[in-house]
Unconditional design. Structure first.
Length: 474
């Protein structure tokens, strides 16, 4: 158990406030916040010139995941260590399931991957690839015993992960009854399949065709369809990795009609664009994501959606592959390039630098987007996602003026490239604590594999009262 710590002279920023105060940590939680606090037996940490943010929460990671004929390079150790350097203190990773296999088996596989490796706290979303009596019978246990209260349905990756509309609709209805949030990868997999075959038949094999065969319309269509099905099921939906104006429009339209729909975007869609896929020497493969990078003008639409609240969160969609040996699997055939990129480390700093520093969002919105809103949507608030008495002492001491250049030569992810190589950013975590213990201290890693704890989450729409361990329905 962590000893007492007193953080002094920093400026606390939450989703709603900004003020200078001291924070006393006793063990794993915050025991007091106030002016000129003192405690004889506490270690004093000077945070002068720094902001104190609640630990960021990454709602979208794929660590140690088999995908695209290979396995993501960052596992729960390297991935969570890199996350900690970036100011992230909890992640929610996607647990893949297989048709016909008990959900509990898949969950056990994910526990085995993470248990002795994670350096920060973690939880799982559960993929739903089929919906039938067997799956339905298992779901209450998944929620009650495992605390997994979010289900992921893929509308793309035909013949791999893609589920049909009946499965999505049934999942939405079940989630409504059980108190879970349904998440969708919203792209029309059937149309992508058609366009992909057509491209290959015409000899179009370069990385740029990954983007050209997944145009914004296929994301907009699937997003609109998922929103309509959510409305029909009177359920709740979270759209992952929103990349384009067409999808934002569908989310905004549904929200305006009262549909409970939430949207996440990712750093790559805010700061990179489609031209990266045209880099020579097959380097465009480094920038292959699904949905793909878009024309540059979409970036401002996404920023405005974060500012106006039409999109609410930022996920990393961490899904990292080496360029050499993994991305190169797709030389001569873009469909064989593993989809995804390394993003877990720079997610928070990019939003701060490109968002807060450039005046696109406020500093309170920044905290809400990377931490508080995620905790609220995924049943972790107020233990996680804020700085308040009784909350877990998940804390980031952040220097807002430090300038650095992003590079694979200095990052902590296990991959051989960084998608933001050479980008100048301002603002960096100096020290990061998880439940009262330093994981990063003065930019040095001081954590330990296995110290991260599994988080059992509350049901969607339920919130816990700190200390009293009571659940209220809202
Ligand atoms: O390209 C991506 N996004 N890879 C990760 C898997 C997914 O679809 O989220
Ligand atoms: Zn996806
Ligand atoms: Zn993903």
């Amino acid at each position: 158990m962590a000893a007492k710590k007193l953080i002094k002279n920093g400026i606390i920023v939450t989703a709603s406030d900004q003020y200078e105060a001291d924070i006393l940590i006793d063990g794993e939680t915050i025991s007091s916040i106030g002016f000129n606090l003192s405690s004889a037996d506490a270690e004093v940490i000077d945070a002068k010139g720094c902001y104190i943010f609640p630990g960021a929460i990454d709602p979208h990671t794929h660590l140690d995941m088999p995908f695209g004929g290979t396995v993501t390079k960052d596992d729960f150790e390297s991935g969570t260590m890199a996350a900690a350097f970036g100011g992230t203190t909890s992640i929610i990773d996607f647990c893949l399931t297989e048709k016909g296999r008990p959900l509990q088996d898949a969950i056990k596989t994910w526990h085995d991957k993470s248990k002795d490796k994670a350096v920060i706290d973690y939880s799982f979303h559960l993929m739903i690839g089929e919906m039938n009596e067997t799956v339905l019978k298992e779901l209450p246990q998944v929620i009650e015993k495992e605390g997994i209260t979010s289900f992921k349905v893929f509308m793309a990756y035909k013949n791999v992960f893609q589920a049909d509309d009946a499965t999505l609709f049934h999942t939405l209805k079940a989630a409504k009854d059980l108190g879970a949030l349904v998440m969708v990868h919203a792209e029309n997999g059937d149309v992508i399949d058609y366009l992909t075959k057509e491209a290959l038949e015409n000899g179009n094999t370069d990385p740029i065709y990954h983007a050209l065969t997944r145009p914004p319309e296929v994301e907009g269509e699937a997003t609109g369809r998922a929103a309509q099905l959510t409305s029909l099921a009177d359920s709740q939906l979270y759209v992952v990795h929103v990349s384009c104006a067409e999808a934002v429009e569908k989310i905004a339209e549904a929200r305006n009609k009262g549909v409970e729909i939430w949207g996440e975007t990712c750093p790559q869609y805010l700061a990179l664009d489609k031209t990266y896929l045209e880099k020579p020497n097959f380097e465009g493969a480094k920038y292959v994501w699904s949905p793909p990078l878009r024309d540059k003008w979409h970036q401002e639409v996404l920023w405005n959606a974060l500012k106006s609240g039409q999109l609410q969160t930022l996920g990393s969609d961490q899904c990292s592959f080496d360029f050499e040996g993994q991305k190169t699997l797709g030389k001569g055939d873009f469909t064989k390039i593993p989809n995804g990129g390394p993003m877990i480390e720079d997610r928070v700093s990019i939003l701060f630098s490109e968002g807060v520093k450039k005046g696109r969002i406020s500093i309170n919105q920044f905290v809400d987007i990377v931490s508080t809103r995620v905790a609220k949507l995924f049943g972790m608030f107020p233990k996680k996602g804020t700085i308040s008495v009784g909350a877990d002492a998940d804390i980031v001491i952040f220097d807002p003026n430090h300038e650095r250049v992003i590079s694979a030569s200095t990052h902590h992810m296990a991959v051989d490239y960084n998608a933001f190589e050479g980008m100048k950013i301002t603002g960096e975590p100096v020290s990061v604590l998880v439940r009262g213990d330093f994981v990063v201290r003065d930019k040095q890693f001081v954590g330990k594999a296995g110290n991260g704890q599994y988080i059992k989450r509350n049901k969607y729409g339920a919130t816990s009262q700190l200390k009293q361990n009571q659940t209220l329905s809202i």
